[in-house]
Design a protein around this ligand. Sequence first.
Ligand code: NAP
Length: 479
Amino acid sequence: MITATQAAAITTGTWDPNGPTLAVYDPATDELVGVVPQMSATEVLQSIEASIVAQQQWRETTGLERSKVLQRFGELMRDQEDRLAKLLTHEQGKPLSEALGEIRYAASFLEWSAGEARRIYGETIPAPRANQRILVLKQPIGVTAAITPWNFPSAMITRKLGPALAAGCSMIVKPAELTPLSAIALLELAEMAGLPSGVFTVVTGVPETVGNAIMTHPAVRMMSFTGSTAVGKMLIEKAAHHVMRLGLELGGHAPFIVFDDADLDQAVKAAVACKFRNAGQTCICANRFLVQRSIVEQFTERLAGEVDRLRVGHGLAEGTHIGPLINDRAVEKVTLHIEDALNHGAELVTGGTVLSPDNLTSRFMAPTILSGVTPNMRIFREETFGPVAPITAFDHETEAISLANASDYGLAAYFFTQNASRLMRVAEQLEYGIIGANDGAPSTAEAPFGGMKQSGLGREGGHHAMDEYLEVKYVSWRI
Ligand code: NAP
């Protein structure tokens, strides 16, 4: 258990260890996992001040120096992956194997960014006048901030922090109230890796208090947010005040299309991984299965066979595939989506019930499949964030694309086909930032991650992530 006092000791020393705290509970058992400070607006301001001072020095370091710190930070995460994964499972609930996967994924962003720190190239551009030279410099944007969600408490931080630190920025991170302990554990490792105090700070507390202090401070030049579209829109309004740069990774409602020429083994395997990972609480998880009518029965039957093998339980119990949902509100929302679909004519293929395995809390949902789902149902239009696979039949490629694109979201889409012409055609027509073509798990540190439409602004991962944290400065030089 990390106490507020310990947490204070590993930060910039600006937290009051005797002040109010927030408790963190295991969603599977309701046991106390730890407490963190509930910081006041003044304490958040102190952290911002520390970040301003630290950034002035960090920006003067060389790319090689920053690269070494990031590489070491990533290595420390890998060295301590068991401890970090256990903590993550305790505060978030996901199975330990998935938590380990997240820690490795999180470390990969630090390692990738370590390489990028050495490749922040400017440009020289041929000038139209003989006595002019055109230089383009890339410089750190300055003090940055991040607000992150509970579903990936570690990776959603390093995906932002890696490129920010590589670029020479400092970053103030506000983790989700439900999962702040993984953020504090990262802070500890960053200091061990040699990151100067104040370059990375964590602020915990009531979201409005912390968010307002950050969004209204003129020195904070960039906010990188991952979370719901509703909160993202609110941050857009607040950012207007100082014209703060925004990176937004918002909600998703991913279609998963299976054409009749797909490799069904591949599609079913990908469907299970893509839908039921983290109990369906991922922004890019498949939310609408669109299956060609000629194979819909076969696909449903095979998917049900796989789903019935999934074990529900505490994330630390051996062999668990599906842990609890994060809180009671999540259980209510998923239940509501299932009931609404059934009331509008969908059929329950498997699951559909709330469970409390091994006398744990009642936040476990049986993995569920619904067939005969139609666009008038809530589950077809809204992000469910639970282990429910709704299946809709379609007849033609154009119908599949139009159903898939009929959403305000545009984060990830998946489709399965063995026809190469169709593969290119469909990939080009889907209005989504991430396309899994015969691939249910496209995320990787090397590639740009982000959404179109109301799923967000900007990209994380790949070399593209660096641009979010850099200013482009044009120098016109008369000689
Ligand atoms: P959320 O309610 O929007 O919360 C996200 C973060 O915003 C949390 O740290 C939360 O703090 C904070 N927050 C809430 N209200 C705030 C306010 N008024 N001012 C400042 N900060 C505020 O979303 P969530 O339920 O945690 O996460 C699920 C959502 O995230 C889903 O929509 C999912 O699709 C999306 N997501 C997107 C991506 C992506 O890469 N596109 C990745 C993961 C998740 P508290 O927790 O303390 O309330």
